[in-house]
Design a protein around this ligand. Structure first.
Ligand code: GLC
Length: 662
């Protein structure tokens, strides 16, 4: 989480503090036993291979034995690059730094790749200095590269996870992971906070698009594919030397199961559902050798995950055999009852191995050191956390001087990645309706309109250059092609005409109109909705006008999730769910525009990985108590079309009253 506007931040802090105070009082009164009862034997005993052999473990032990308590405490604290300078590591030997969504070298989240590499090297240099009282241990540098290296200007960015889920293609996901790892390694960073293994249950959650699917089996398969793409095959060593980086399975656990999809809320599912649905990705991730797991801000049955020892330690580490390390989320430890950003023994003793301490990290360092000296944090717990961190650093190849991929900025946007991104876009598209207007002949006379036709931000969404992605400019994504770019190129190539979008279609009389529209960019709680309702009606007005003129229309909907759009479905002749496709907007024209004779160049392959709302009634689909409009797995194609009857336009799905029909 990056720096929110001050007012938002203070409201959030106040809300979190109130929740924590209430929980603490209830706990103290014995009124509430926070957290459900956990039965580790009910969980899969996954085997985990960080890939360290006996020699590696011996080396970890030797390093650990040389560390002072001050340096051990340093290893378990990470802070954001906006909070310190490389030189600060001399006084505070932190084990890791991160670049949060809005952070960049020199407080510039639009810094060029060379500036990122220089900063990474500066931190690494100080952390590996030979100086009295210091054991040289390279600092780990983490970043959210969640759909390509999305902090970096000029990188190819892939579809967000919701679109990859619709593609149902694990090999594609593996290739994207491998490509992303090389982009990250090229800039000198070592670790990405991906993949998200949430199984979102309610599309009102602002992070639904970070999830692959509501189908745990798909999340399980993608977990393995993405982690092996990012890290390389399980058990291999020297990741950085082979152009791989550390991955993160996040956010443990059940971040996508909170009531009403409230971000950082409370998941009240029972343990059986926790194992079967929300744990599915983690067992696979552990088997794939994932090196880190990030704890969730959310709670399970009233207990904050950051303080849940039963799940973080008894289940994840002991039962499932995870032997990498658990990173907390952005000051998430501060939400644990009895904790604050600068002081939290409960989260550390529960199983957080490294605090993600954005602000207040100096205080946290001092208080954690004091807690260890006072015995509030057992030395055995501190040693276990540091051992885990050293194990990951060794497995990564962080101590080795060779970094052959550093400076390879040609890996950020080579032709192969543009093609890979374009394939991903094509495979992610889901056809919900086609009354015969698609594929459009390349020789046709077309109108391209809609607020998102030329808005690259609508394609890339949140986690793009900045945290929210709302201020991303075309200049920030020089490698991007807009959806209009792609449509225009396909029509030009086929001898067709693109009419002037400023002209009234009643005058320009196109054969067909593409209307491209969708959600504005958002990240995390900023994207939470009260109802799964698409809010803007601008596109609907355009679609209805075109319908009145008798001009067939193709709706292209960009969103981070399925939303109720019955009126837009009724008013269009074809409707394509395009999700958040990333920089390769051309992939959409590849499927929607055929050859000059109208034969498809690429067919639709995408199938829904989330059910589509039939109404905006508040109950989530997960418990199966409501039929979706389109179920999981739905998707038409040119080979297998289908007509869509007229849909109710009452938001609760009630049919129009007889009076209204006249
Ligand atoms: C955020 C997110 C997490 C991200 C972290 C670092 O709050 O919850 O997914 O990895 O902070 O940016």
């Amino acid at each position: 989480m990056a720096q929110l506007p001050a007012r938002t931040r203070s409201i959030r802090l106040l809300r979190a503090a109130c929740h924590a105070a209430i929980a603490a009082l209830a706990l103290a009164a014995g009124a509430v036993q926070a957290g459900g009862k956990v039965h580790p034997a009910a969980w899969p005993a996954a085997t985990h291979a960080t890939g360290l052999d006996a020699d590696g473990e011996r080396r970890v032990g030797e390093l650990l034995a040389r560390l002072s308590v001050e340096e051990k405490v340093g290893q378990v604290i990470q802070t954001d690059i906006s909070q310190l300078e490389p030189g600060d590591l001399r006084q505070f030997p932190l084990g890791s730094v991160l670049a949060g969504g809005d952070s960049g070298p020199g407080a510039n989240d639009r810094a060029p790749p060379a500036a990122w590499l220089a900063l990474a090297r500066a931190f690494r240099a100080v952390s590996t200095e030979e100086r009295p009282g210091h054991v040289p241990i390279p600092v780990l540098f983490g970043v959210d590269a969640v759909h390509g290296h999305n902090n970096i200007i000029g990188a190819v960015l892939f579809p967000h996870n919701v679109g990859l889920g619709a593609a149902h293609d694990t090999e594609l996901v593996r290739r994207i992971g491998a490509a992303t790892a090389q982009q990250v390694a090229a800039t000198g960073l070592d670790w990405t906070f991906a993949p998200t293994l949430a199984v979102p249950q309610d599309v009102r959650w602002g992070r639904s698009y970070e999830g692959y699917s509501q189908d745990p089996a798909l999340v399980r398969d993608y977990a393995s594919a993405m982690i092996e793409g990012l890290q390389g095959p399980p058990g291999a060593g020297g990741l950085l030397q082979s152009g791989h980086v550390a991955a993160t399975a996040k956010h443990f656990l059940a971040d996508g199961a909170t009531r009403e999809g409230v971000d950082q809320g409370d998941a009240t599912v029972d343990e059986a559902e926790l194992v079967r649905v929300h744990g599915a990705g983690y067992a696979a991730a552990i088997r794939a050798g994932v090196l880190t797991v990030m704890a969730s801000f959310s709670s399970w049955q009233g207990a904050k995950m950051h303080g849940n020892r039963a799940l973080l330690t008894d289940v994840l580490k002991e039962r499932m055999g995870f032997d990498g390390f658990v990173i907390g989320d952005w000051n998430g430890h501060g939400q644990v009852p009895g904790c604050a950003r600068r002081r939290c023994t409960a989260a550390f003793n529960a199983g957080i191995d490294m605090f993600m301490a954005a602000s207040g990290w100096r205080g946290l360092y001092a208080n954690t050191l004091r807690a260890v000296r006072a015995g509030e944090i057992p030395m055995a717990r501190l040693d276990d956390a540091v051992r885990r961190i050293l194990r990951v650093k060794l497995r990564l190849g962080l101590f080795a001087p060779e970094r052959p991929f550093e400076g390879r900025f040609d890996l950020l946007a080579p032709v192969e990645l543009h093609e890979l991104g374009r394939v991903a876009v094509r495979e992610s598209l889901v056809l919900l309706k086609n009354d015969g207007v698609l594929p459009v002949r390349a020789s046709a006379r077309v109108l391209i309109t809609g607020a998102a036709a030329r808005d690259v931000r609508a394609q890339t969404g949140g986690w793009t250059v900045s945290w929210q992605g709302a201020d991303t400019l075309p200049a920030d994504l020089p490698e991007a092609t807009t959806i209009e770019d792609g449509l225009r190129a396909a029509i030009d190539a086929g001898g067709g005409i693109v009419v002037d979008a400023a002209e009234d279609p009643a005058a320009s009389r196109p054969d067909v109109a593409f209307v491209v529209f969708g959600e504005p960019p958002y990240a995390e709680g900023a994207g939470d909705l009260k109802l799964p309702l698409y809010g803007s009606r601008a596109a609907l007005t355009q679609l209805r006008y075109l319908r009145r003129l008798g001009i067939p229309s193709v709706a292209v909907f960009l969103s981070g999730r399925p939303l109720w759009v019955n009126p837009e479905l009724n008013a269009s002749d074809a409707f394509v769910a395009a999700w958040l496709p990333g920089t390769e907007g051309e992939g959409i024209a590849d499927v929607l525009v055929g050859d000059s004779q109208g034969k498809p160049r690429h067919d639709f392959r995408g199938r829904l990985s989330f059910p589509w709302p039939r109404t905006v009634a508040a109950e989530p689909f997960a418990r199966g108590d409501r039929r979706p409009l389109f179920p999981l797995g739905f998707g038409l194609s040119y080979a297998h079309g289908g007509r869509l009857p007229r849909l109710p336009e009452d938001i609760l799905g009630r049919p129009p009253s007889p009076v209204a029909a006249h």
